[in-house]
Design a protein around this ligand. Structure first.
Ligand code: SAH
Ligand code: SF4
Length: 434
């Protein structure tokens, strides 16, 4: 993901010096719970069981700890409250006990921007002062939140601005789920009292979601999540899984796994686990169909080649024609955009018999990038060839260009907005900036 210009310069270093990680996850293991100066524990990111354990350690007997944890969990993740005082079914005397020991955290907002096309972008900061970003893209039929998994990235895809940054650290489960919670705060989308998750086609087997109630939505419901922000989610597997479990839990944020997509540059050894333990939709940053070109632009290809990657896609549990694997393909002029490339892409998808769709992403240029975007005619021709083979190949339209939000994943088809909607967005923009 292309980061905001405001991210500190010292996080950058030349891409050519970055190592290609091996089978062992090379990134530092993050703290489980962010230690705070006041000694309080941030509950966000913790599952119900861990909240109960912490309550027991703090002095509640096992039965009370379990009951309180269940109540608090519901308030935290399902209702989105940020004060213990708001937890009305917890005894008044108990609430100060909680507030003295625990906090309900959110990432700090450094900057919030609203594009004239309605795209919103936030620059966020961890408690230990590392900046990362999150983007919300409203569309006619959905609202997609693009969530980060790491600050920086260990990989160094040559066309990606995040690839020019060193990895600062993995985001914790709390910082990952916290992004979704913050977006719901900003969009005013927590369920009202008595309400639940209406409108989300929540159909997980392991869910306890109810299907009535209502949102306090402002008309642009956050319906989908894509793990396509900064970082490689499969190099922060445990935290991404733990965060997404809270997002998918019916008594948590209650978003269906069918509305969540995880994008990987091709960390082959982790793909089967992602399918088994998370089970969300898979997107793969393919971007090239020959070893030579993919080695150059997505260097993890030198470790896990195209055939290995496509075999892992073929083995991905849950992939079907109804739940196809998305292949992201950035359009780079004279690099990966020829008719032959398109035909080879079709051949590979057919060879592995993959239920696939292809997202063609016009390259989003940044200062110092070694590539240019393919011409619109070239992209159109490429799309036609793939489409003629029976494979869906939409071209992503850039979004949020005026706030620099556009990057590979942050493009969805532009929608024509009514005058009233434009006025509303302009007002919101004023409010957000003012
Ligand atoms: N690390 C993961 C997810 C984050 S990147 C991955 O690589 O899949 C999300 C998508 O945006 C990837 O497909 C990535 O290759 C693409 N992307 C990154 N920079 C881009 C740019 N400048 N223009 C177009 N697409 C870009
Ligand atoms: Fe960018 Fe994704 Fe490559 Fe990391 S893995 S450098 S985020 S495209």
């Amino acid at each position: 993901m292309r980061e905001m210009q405001t991210i500190s310069e010292n996080t950058r270093q030349p891409a050519a010096h970055m190592p290609i990680p091996g089978h062992i996850d090379p990134v530092p293991v993050p703290r489980e719970v962010t230690p705070r100066e006041d000694g309080k524990i941030d509950l966000i990111g913790l599952p119900r069981k861990q909240i109960a354990d912490i309550f027991a350690e703090a002095g509640l007997d096992a039965k009370a700890a379990k009951l309180r944890a269940k109540q608090v969990y519901h308030w935290l993740y399902h209702r989105g409250v940020t004060e213990f005082e708001a937890m009305t079914d917890i005894a008044k005397t108990m609430r100060p006990w909680l507030a003295e020991r625990f906090v309900i955290g959110r990432p700090e907002i450094v900057e919030a921007q609203v594009s004239n096309d309605g795209t919103r972008k936030w620059l966020l900061r961890t408690a230990d002062k590392h900046d990362f970003e999150m983007v919300f893209i409203p569309d006619a039929d959905r609202g997609t939140l693009c969530v980060s998994s790491q600050v920086g990235c260990t990989l160094n895809c040559r066309f990606c601005h995040t690839g020019t940054m060193r990895l600062v650290r993995n985001l914790t489960p709390g910082e990952i789920v916290g992004q979704v919670m913050l977006a719901r705060d900003s969009l005013g989308e927590w369920p009202k009292a008595g309400g639940t998750m209406a409108g989300l086609d929540f159909d997980d087997d392991d869910s306890e979601a109810e299907d009535d109630g209502m949102y306090t939505a402002d008309g642009r419901l956050l319906t989908n999540i894509v793990m396509m922000g900064m970082g490689e989610p499969l190099y922060n597997f445990d935290n991404v899984r733990d965060a997404l479990k809270l997002v998918m839990d019916g008594d948590g944020l209650a978003l269906s796994k069918r509305r969540i997509t995880l994008s990987t540059s091709g960390v082959v050894p982790m793909m089967a686990r992602a399918g088994a333990e998370i089970g969300v939709n898979l997107a793969v940053s393919l971007h090239a169909v020959t070893k030579e070109v993919r080695d150059e632009i997505v260097p993890i290809n030198r470790k896990y080649g195209i055939d290995e990657l496509l075999q892992a896609c073929a083995d991905y549990p849950g992939a079907s024609n109804a739940r196809r694997i998305t292949f992201e393909y950035v359009m780079l002029k004279d690099k990966n955009d020829s008719d032959d490339d398109a035909r080879e892409l079709i051949r590979l998808i057919k060879q592995y018999n993959l239920p696939a769709k292809v997202n063609l992403i016009p390259f989003n240029p940044w200062d110092g990038a070694a590539y240019e975007c393919s011409t619109p005619e070239r992209i159109k021709r490429f799309a036609e060839i793939v489409f003629a083979a029976g494979i869906s190949a939409p071209v992503r339209t850039p979004r949020g260009r005026d706030i620099d939000a556009a990057c590979g994943q942050l493009k969805t088809s532009a929608e024509k907005k009514s005058r009233a909607e434009l006025d509303r967005l302009a007002e919101e923009k004023q409010a957000a900036l003012g």
